[in-house]
Design a protein around this ligand. Structure first.
Ligand code: ATP
Length: 320
């Protein structure tokens, strides 16, 4: 490997910059050149390719977002486009690629590897919904941002003796909702993975809680369930308790990454360069069972994981 390309793809996540910085500087320390590709696969096709030196990644470790920008590129699913992308890599002397993104981005990496470009993926998404890994870049920051916002909502919810429904991100995965549910001591957590709840039970529990003197009722609702505003309306009508919905939205995707996200993203970035230099390709960097490791992309994409039933049951027991 002489020249390593790096791109971010799919949704952005805090800590992506730390990973980019690590790719650049680990590669330079090994005598390699680095090229940054802007706007994901779309930028690769448009040849938005810049040389990256150590100084170009200074002052970014503490910043959210991605300095390389990110984009979606639906046409990358077409084989002729993938072939064209590989030719562009060769034209620019890029013989190794590090792709930071989610499952979709890894499918692109898989295709690029099949076209002869050595490719390594790094999991970057706030949703934690990548099966091969217990950690994804950005989850820790996002969940801390959400937790702090929910603490604030809880204060005012208590003063006004309100029911607050707070919708957190995560798309079809409920990890952010479950973690916030536990961290914020929510009365209810609504997860797409456990979507069997009975609204009448929630209503009964709110009435019951009020009788017992509880001053607020916090419901964390996952994006995958949604409809928080209409849920609030129905709860208010059925319980007589004022109910408000807050959708936290994109604030969860931004902000300065936590220490954990900086350290893990840096480690994954450096690890990706190390295995590229060992001659590995078509691998995904993961963190599993307390260790950084790497898996074949086909195997990684075939893995499945479930939200922890144990954690969910604890959250229920602690919310009395
Ligand atoms: P996140 O889930 O955090 O948004 P992601 O990587 O899963 O990240 P996607 O929009 O699914 O986000 O994928 C990002 C890009 O990866 C797509 O815009 C496309 O360019 C490429 N991609 C996705 N699926 C495929 C596929 N099957 N084959 C080739 N490329 C793909």
């Amino acid at each position: 490997i002489k020249t390593i390309g790096v791109l971010t793809s799919g949704g952005d996540a805090p800590g992506m910059n730390a990973a980019i910085r690590a790719v650049v500087r680990q590669a330079i320390s090994k005598g390699k050149k680095v090229k940054g590709i802007k706007r994901g696969y779309a930028g690769l096709l448009d040849e938005e390719i810049v040389d990256l030196e150590a100084k170009h990644v200074s002052d970014i470790i503490q910043r959210g977002g991605t300095m390389l920008l990110t984009a979606r590129c639906p046409e990358f699913k077409e084989p002729e486009v993938q072939q064209q992308a590989a030719e562009i890599c060769r034209k620019h002397g890029i013989d190794g690629m590090v792709i930071i993104g989610g499952d979709g981005s890894f499918r692109g990496a898989q295709k690029l590897a099949a076209q002869g470009i050595n490719t390594i993926g790094i999991p970057g998404t706030i949703d934690l919904d990548i099966a091969c890994t217990d950690y994804t870049i950005g989850f820790d920051t996002a969940v801390n941002t959400a937790m702090q916002a929910i603490d604030k909502i809880r204060d005012t919810s208590t003063s006004h003796e309100r029911c607050s429904i707070i919708e957190v991100m995560g798309r079809s995965a409920g990890y952010i909702a479950l973690w916030c549910g536990l961290a914020n001591g929510a009365e209810r957590i609504l997860l797409p993975e456990k979507y069997n709840y009975d609204e009448q039970k929630i209503v009964n529990s709110i009435i019951e809680n009020r009788k017992r003197g509880k001053k607020h009722y916090i419901i964390i609702n996952a994006e995958g369930i949604g409809h928080s505003t209409s849920l609030a309306r129905r709860i208010e009508a059925a319980t007589g308790m004022e109910a408000r919905a807050t959708i936290l939205g994109h604030m969860q995707r931004g902000g300065s990454p936590t220490c954990k996200d900086r350290v893990y993203a840096s480690t994954m970035g450096a690890y990706a360069v190390d295995i590229l230099c060992e001659g590995k390709s078509k691998r995904i960097v993961s963190y599993r069972d307390g260790k950084f490791c790497d898996d074949d992309v086909d195997e990684a994409l075939a893995m499945t994981k479930d939200i922890s039933d144990y954690q969910y049951s604890i959250a229920k027991n602690l919310s009395i």
